[in-house]
Structure formats: structure tokens, C-alpha cells
Design a protein around this ligand. Structure first.
Ligand code: NAD
Ligand code: TYD
Length: 341
């Protein structure tokens, strides 16, 4: 019986990964440890097999709680738990430093103390900063660390701690760094679900700056399959960059989604730019492709169709997360520029 300890498994990517584990390993046990912050959502876990999936509400910074929740002979900790939104980190970095840095160290310490066989850290391409608008420039595993936002800096610090635990204590670790994910159950503070939610409701779509920033998009299940391969077959101490070779400009995405929904481009509203806004992310996934044999299953078109279909048929999910605290966040972030959601 394989035993997995997933942190942040009530969030967007973590919940997709928990689903994948339960599908791929019919006899595994998954402990899902999540603090249920504003981004964590029990609705994301609906329908999971309660005989093999145990949800525990807890904070990764609380070593005693993590220690108590971790089953004997756990095969792997997969750390998704994080504060994950760049704009929030610009507004206030405290929670990012606490969860993303201190929380990761707590997990590493408990992993060692409990003899967990492998520790996988889910990281981001943003630790490598911004690329020039030059199609020959890519992030590789050897690109230098150049984090530009407090979020990226906290994730870079976490990677350093994982590396140190491997080097100094011989903990079996793997790091994966991915680009921008899209798919079902993403909290609508991030660009794609925000765009989709606003368009479905005929509300303005805030596009930062000139809208020409480039992100490298990957369907969430493709990301999760790459993490699983890295967990199963990745070299101890290695880092793998994960990307689907799918660079898009923000404005191009906004127009294309509006077209697919049959909505007018006039919903696009240019707003003031994000401070320190990274211009371009682009991942060279050669290593994960050649060493682990990973390939994305979804094209941009098929992934987007799935995402749109999911949001269209889960308006209740969307409206629940767009109420209360979300409205306050939205008013703070966009002010009078775009009005209330
Ligand atoms: P998310 O914000 O949707 O989910 C984060 C989850 O972590 C939530 O369920 C939240 O409740 C939980 N959490 C936060 N603080 C916690 C704490 N102190 N203790 C326990 N749980 C806590 O994020 P996501 O988009 O699913 O991202 C998951 C991971 O993947 C993050 O580590 C993020 O840095 C990384 N990542 C995300 C992307 C992306 O495009 N979303 C890309 C690359 C890497
Ligand atoms: P986001 O989803 O926040 O991811 P990240 O900043 O981690 O890449 O943003 C994706 C891109 O979309 C980024 O270039 C910022 C831009 N963006 C907007 O133009 N408007 C918005 O309202 C948001 C949230 C993001």
C-alpha cells in the first residue's frame, strides 16, 4: 500500500494531483493536509473516495500537527501548499514568507524525522525571473535564480531549503518548476479564471499594462502527470522544468476566450500595470521530455475547451468563491478601474 502525504491538496493544482494519485494507484492512501485558506476549497474534493483519501485541516508551519498527521512509512510528501498569487504578495508578503519558506522547512524537518522516502517540492518558473521578448531565450534547469516578486522570492527560498536538505542531510528530494497552469477549479484571482468568470457575467476584463506580457500555459492535469513521473522516476536531488511549449500573450488570450464565448472585445479594459510585472516566461522542457518521457496530452485548444466547459457547468462553484472576501479583494486590487465583480 503506497502512502502519499499531499499538502495544499484542497487548492487548484493539489486537488487535481490528489485525483490523479487515486486514479493511478487503486490501492494507495492519500493524506491531504491543507489549512483551507481563502484559496483552499473543500468543494474541490467532492466525490473523492473517502476510504483512500483522508483530509486533515492543518497548517504546514505547525510542526506538531504535521508530525501527528503523517502516517508511519509514508512514501512521499508532495508539497503544493503555498500562498500562490503574485498580486497578493505585492500587497503584503508576510504570509508568503511564513507558508512558503518556514512551512517548507517544517515539512523537510518532519520528513527527515519520520523517515519519509521522498520529498517533492512543487515550484515555479517564476524563481528564474523574466525573459526578454526574444523567441530564442528559454528557462532551463541551469538558468540563474532571479525572482522578481515577493511570491517568486519566497518560492526561490523554499527551493534553496530543499536543496540544502538534500545536500546536508541526504534527504531524497525532487523539485519541479512549472509555468502557468489553467483548468478546472482555479481560484478566479488568477488571470484565466478571472477572465472567464468576468466574461461569463459580462463584466470588464482587466488587462495589465499593454497586455503583451507572455506566459507559458499548461493544462493542470498535464502538470500533475509530470509531477507524478518526477516523483516515480526522477533522480534524487534533481530539478525538472515543466512546460508545454505554449507561449501566449495576455491580450491574445483575452480576445480568443471572448471569441469562444461569443462576447465583445469591448469588455477588455486596460488597467495600470502590475509593479515589477515580469515580461515573459518560456520553459525549455527538454529534460522532462527526454529523461522522464513526459509529453502533454492536451493542446491549448483542447485544454481551453475543457476549462470553459467546466466553468460553464459549475457556475455555482464560481459564484460561491466570488462572494464575500473575494469582493473585498477585488475592490482593493482593481479599485474604481473596473468596478465591482
Ligand atoms: P492555490 O492557491 O490554488 O492552492 C494553495 C493551497 O495551499 C490552498 O488549498 C491553501 O489552503 C493551501 N495552503 C496555503 N497555506 C497553507 C498552509 N500554511 N498550510 C497548509 N496549507 C496551506 O495554489 P495552486 O495554484 O494550486 O498552486 C499549488 C502549488 O503550485 C504552489 O506551491 C504554487 O507555488 C505552485 N505553482 C503554481 C502554478 C500555477 O500556475 N498556479 C504554477 C507553478 C507552480
Ligand atoms: P496571473 O494569473 O496572476 O499569473 P502570474 O502572474 O503568476 O503569471 O497572471 C497571468 C498574467 O496575466 C500576468 O502577465 C498578469 C496578467 N494579468 C492581467 O493582465 N490582469 C489580471 O487581472 C491578472 C490577475 C493578471
Amino acid at each position: 500500500m503506497r502512502k502519499f502525504f499531499v499538502t495544499g491538496g484542497a487548492g487548484f493544482i493539489g486537488s487535481a494531483f490528489v485525483r490523479l494519485l487515486l486514479d493511478e494507484f487503486p490501492s494507495c492512501e492519500v493524506t491531504n493536509f491543507d489549512a483551507l485558506t481563502y484559496a483552499g476549497n473543500p468543494d474541490n474534493l467532492e466525490g473523492l473516495d473517502s476510504l483512500r483519501h483522508y483530509f486533515i485541516k492543518g497548517d504546514i508551519c505547525d510542526g506538531d500537527a504535521v508530525f501527528a498527521a503523517l502516517a508511519e512509512n509514508t512514501d512521499a510528501i508532495i508539497n503544493f501548499a503555498a500562498e500562490s498569487h503574485v498580486d497578493r504578495s505585492i500587497a503584503s508578503a508576510d504570509e508568503f514568507l511564513r507558508t512558503n519558506i518556514l512551512g517548507t522547512q517544517v515539512l523537510l524537518d518532519v520528513a527527515r524525522a519520520r523517515g519519509v522516502k521522498r520529498f517533492l517540492q512543487v515550484s515555479t518558473d517564476e524563481v528564474m525571473g523574466s525573459l526578454p521578448d526574444d523567441e530564442r531565450a528559454f528557462f532551463t534547469e541551469d538558468s540563474p535564480f532571479r525572482p522578481n516578486s515577493p511570491y517568486a522570492a519566497s518560492k526561490a527560498a523554499a527551493e534553496h531549503l530543499v536543496r540544502a536538505a538534500h545536500h546536508t542531510f541526504g534527504l531524497d528530494t525532487v523539485i519541479t518548476r512549472c509555468g502557468n497552469n489553467y483548468g478546472p477549479r482555479q481560484f478566479p484571482e488568477k488571470f484565466l479564471p478571472l477572465l472567464l468568470a468576468n466574461a461569463l457575467n459580462d463584466e470588464p476584463i482587466p488587462v495589465y499594462g499593454d497586455g503583451l506580457n507572455v506566459r507559458d500555459w499548461i493544462y493542470v492535469d498535464d502538470h500533475c502527470r509530470a509531477i507524478l513521473l518526477a516523483l516515480e522516476k526522477g533522480r534524487s536531488g534533481a530539478t525538472y522544468n515543466i512546460g508545454a511549449r505554449n507561449e501566449r500573450r495576455n491580450l491574445e488570450i483575452a480576445k480568443s476566450i471572448l471569441d469562444q464565448l461569443g462576447k465583445s472585445h469591448s469588455l477588455i479594459k486596460f488597467v495600470k500595470d502590475r509593479p515589477g510585472h515580469d515580461r515573459r516566461y518560456a520553459i525549455d522542457p527538454t529534460l522532462v521530455e527526454t529523461e522522464l518521457g513526459w509529453r502533454p496530452r492536451e493542446s491549448w485548444e483542447s485544454g481551453l475547451r475543457k476549462m470553459i466547459k467546466w466553468y460553464r457547468s459549475h457556475t455555482d462553484w464560481l459564484e460561491r468563491v466570488r462572494s464575500g472576501a473575494y469582493r473585498e479583494y477585488y475592490a482593493r486590487q482593481y479599485g474604481a478601474e473596473v468596478g465591482a465583480p
